[in-house]
Structure formats: C-alpha cells, structure tokens
Design a protein around this ligand. Structure first.
Ligand SMILES: Nc1ccn([C@@H]2O[C@H](COP(=O)(O)OP(=O)(O)OP(=O)(O)O)[C@@H](O)[C@H]2O)c(=O)n1
Ligand SMILES: C[C@](O)(CO)[C@H](O)COP(=O)(O)O
Length: 393
C-alpha cells in the first residue's frame, strides 16, 4: 500500500501479543522466544510492523523474560504486562494506548504467527479505510470436516460455510475499546468475536498461509520452511579477496589455524588472509562495508589482533540482520605450504567461529603454476564467496 492510500491524519498502532507461556508447544521456553532463521519468533512480526510505512507505533505485550530477549523496542513502541489470558493481554495493551484517539486504527497480532506479509496488513487497512470497523484475515478450510465424538467420526460439516481465522486483526480503536469494555463473561479466543458481540460486522479479507500459527512443536519445521520461502527471505551473495606478503620470522595463520611454515604473513593484524576474505565476503553480502571500515588499520586496537574476531563480528552482523549463512566457499592461492592436510581443521575452526555446521563451509586451494607474486612465493592470496539468506526488505 502506498502512503497516499491511507488518510494522512489517521494513526495506526500494532498490538503484538507475546505474553503466553506456550504450553502446547512444550519447547522448554515461551514459544515466542524460539529461534527461527536465526531470530526469535516474536522478532519477525515486530520487525515487519516496525518497517511498515502505515504503522506509527505499537505495544508489545510481554513479560520480563521476553522483553530481555529483544535488542530494543522500535521507535514509537511501548510495552505492557501480559494478563492471565490472551483477552486480558489485549485489554492491558489498550490501557497503555490511552492517549490515542478512538479514530485511530489498531492491528492486534499473535507473536506466535511470525510470518506477516505486508500485503495482508495492506488488505486489512484498506478494508477499514473503505468503511469497515473491523477486518480479519481468513483462509478456506482445505480438508473435509466432520463432527467427531471420541474415536468415531460423525456427520460431515459443510466447510464451504467455514473459514480459518488468522491475525493480525484490524479495528477502529474506539470499536475495540468498546468491545473489550463490555466484554462481559465468557472468554473469547480472538478480538473479532468481542466486536461481533456488539453487533458490529467484521469484514473478512484474504489471509495467507505464511501466517501459520506456532501452536505445537511440529509447527517450527513448517514455519521454518514458510519463512524461508522466496517471498520472505532473499538470497544475497558477496565476494571477498585479500592478499598478504610472506616474510620470515612470523607465524603463519591461515583459515583460523597456525600452520608450520618457513614464512608467515605480514599485516596489521595476524594477517590471516583467508579469514579476511571470508569476512569481506560476508560483509559484502550484507551490504555492510568491508573489513577496513569496521577494523581500520589506523586503529591501534587491531594491531596484532586475531582475525577470528573479525570473522565472528561479521557472523554476528548476519544474525543481527535476521539472516543466516547459507554457504561459504574459500579458495586459498599459494605455492606453499600445501593446504590439503589442513583443510578439515580450517573448516572446523571457521565453523566454530561462526557457530555453523562445517558442511556449510568449503576450503579449496590452488597454485598459480609459479606465475605471479603467489607463484614466486612472495605472498598468499585468498578469495571467498558467501551466500546468505536474509529477510526481505
Ligand atoms: N495470557 C496470554 C496468552 C497468550 N498470549 C499471546 O497470544 C497469542 C496466541 O496465543 P496462544 O497461541 O494460545 O499462545 P500461548 O498461550 O502461549 O500457548 P498455549 O495456549 O499453548 O500455552 C500468542 O502470541 C501468545 O503469546 C498473550 O499475550 N497473553
Ligand atoms: C487469535 C487466534 O490466533 C485466531 O485464530 C486464535 O484464536 C488463538 O487461539 P488459541 O486457542 O489461543 O491458540
């Protein structure tokens, strides 16, 4: 949706519900803290709402453990305490939105649904701008439905008249306030039910399979696949190249390990040319500058520094961006020493530094047939290609 499709004076808030304990998922921690694609489940929808141009702020409903797990609340966001039930958590969020006009719009969303396509938000807001007081995303029921008692399947239920209800659910703030204010007895599993109890019609817009809810442990695998689907994750490729001079009287650090050799590499740091190429390849895929920008040779702090620190930093930048390393391919160009005997140790060390599997790392080596500076054994070169999976921006 373009900004102009929304009234410029209308404010839109999001309420992100992350106050549950996740008993059915049984993950040993609240399910909204489980890691999916390198970041906590709740962070996915928090990032989506924070990036959506129509949403100016929000409320994260979460206990202390969950609050401690997120780096910082986005600008314009505040927090509220969870209630005993979902419905109470929404009421607590409404209480901290006291200074927002009734005319504002609000999206109420389960943090347990990490994959929020911006298009669903756009459809919901368009329904409200079109005059609805409430709108929810729904999907058709794909299976045959039956009434069932115990182990016996009974009458078929007409699924054509049924739909599955997802979140986010969108409301005029005043309508949602009235619905919660007069909620009366009888729990509601979602907010649209409370609105309908007021006699207010609820518009249904098209939902999306990526809004799948994390309810049981098996849903983690389903969500992992859905979030990595092309529409939510993009593949980014970066390349790195580095050269250092071989000198006598220095240890040879290569691929994160020390290798016995007559010469070592000269540089401001430990001059591990292979880790430098890998670091630059990762930073390149992130579009995040290069090793020199983050660790300037002019800074005495990096004099003699171990290069694993640069690589570890690059890996942390991937995680902070909500991405993950798909594959690293490193080529070391050296006449000597022979790299083959050290290849597996290098892979293991690089895997350890980046906390990824060695199966995601390739280490290759070649000579230049005694040609050029590498062929004359004056230096060693390395080149690397990094493939990352990053969230869509
Ligand atoms: N007191 C509660 C209960 C639930 N939620 C949130 O509401 C959403 C939907 O609830 P559900 O899937 O039932 O989550 P849990 O209550 O955590 O799960 P369970 O019922 O299995 O314990 C979740 O994002 C959950 O964190 C909440 O904010 N406050
Ligand atoms: C709000 C909801 O996600 C809409 O489908 C659903 O009602 C939550 O249900 P639960 O019983 O709390 O899992």
């Amino acid at each position: 949706m373009t900004d102009s499709a929304l009234s410029p004076v209308r404010r839109v808030a999001a309420i992100l519900l992350a106050g549950g304990v996740g008993a059915r998922a049984g993950l040993g921690q609240p399910k909204q803290l489980a890691l999916l694609g390198g970041k906590p489940v709740l962070q996915w929808s928090l990032d989506t709402f924070a990036a959506h141009p129509a949403i100016s702020g929000g409320v994260l409903v979460a206990g202390d453990d969950v609050m401690a797990s997120i780096a910082a609340l986005p600008e314009g966001w505040i927090s509220a305490r969870p209630g005993a039930e979902r419905q109470q958590s929404v009421a607590n969020a409404l209480a901290v939105l006291g200074d927002w006009d009734d005319d504002a719009l609000v999206l109420v969303h389960d943090a347990a649904r990490p994959g929020v396509p911006a298009a669903v938000i756009d459809r919901l807001l368009a329904a409200l701008e079109g005059g609805a007081d409430a709108a929810i995303p729904t999907l058709p029921v794909p299976d045959t439905l039956v009434a069932q008692t115990g182990g016996e399947a009974g009458e078929v239920v007409d699924r054509a008249a049924l739909a599955r209800v997802q979140t986010p659910q969108a409301f005029r703030l005043g309508t949602l306030r009235r619905a919660h204010g007069g909620a009366g007895p009888g729990a509601a599993t979602d907010d649209a039910q409370l609105v309908r109890r007021l006699g207010v019609p609820v518009a249904a817009v098209e939902g999306d399979a990526r809004l799948h809810k994390l309810t049981y442990a098996d849903d983690m695998a389903i969500l992992s696949g859905l979030l990595e689907a092309k529409a939510m994750m993009r593949t980014a490729v970066g390349m790195g190249y580095d050269v250092h001079r071989l000198v006598t009287g220095k240890p040879l650090w290569l691929g994160g390990i020390e290798i016995p050799h007559s010469h070592g590499l000269e540089g401001h740091s430990d001059a591990d040319v292979a880790l430098h190429a890998l670091t630059d390849a990762i930073l390149g895929a992130l579009g995040d500058g290069d090793i020199g920008a983050h660790f300037p040779p002019s800074d005495p702090e990096w004099r003699g520094a171990a290069s694993w620190r640069f690589l570890e930093f690059a890996g942390q930048r991937v995680t902070a961006a909500g991405g993950r390393i798909g594959h690293l391919d490193l080529t070391i160009i050296a006449e000597a020493p022979k790299i083959g005997p050290f290849r597996d140790n290098m892979r293991a060390r690089i895997a350890e530094i980046l906390a990824i599997s060695p199966t995601r790392i390739s280490v290759k080596a070649t000579t230049t047939e005694r040609l050029g500076f590498t062929g004359r054994r004056e230096g060693i070169a390395a080149q690397a290609v990094a493939t990352l999976q990053l969230p869509e921006t």
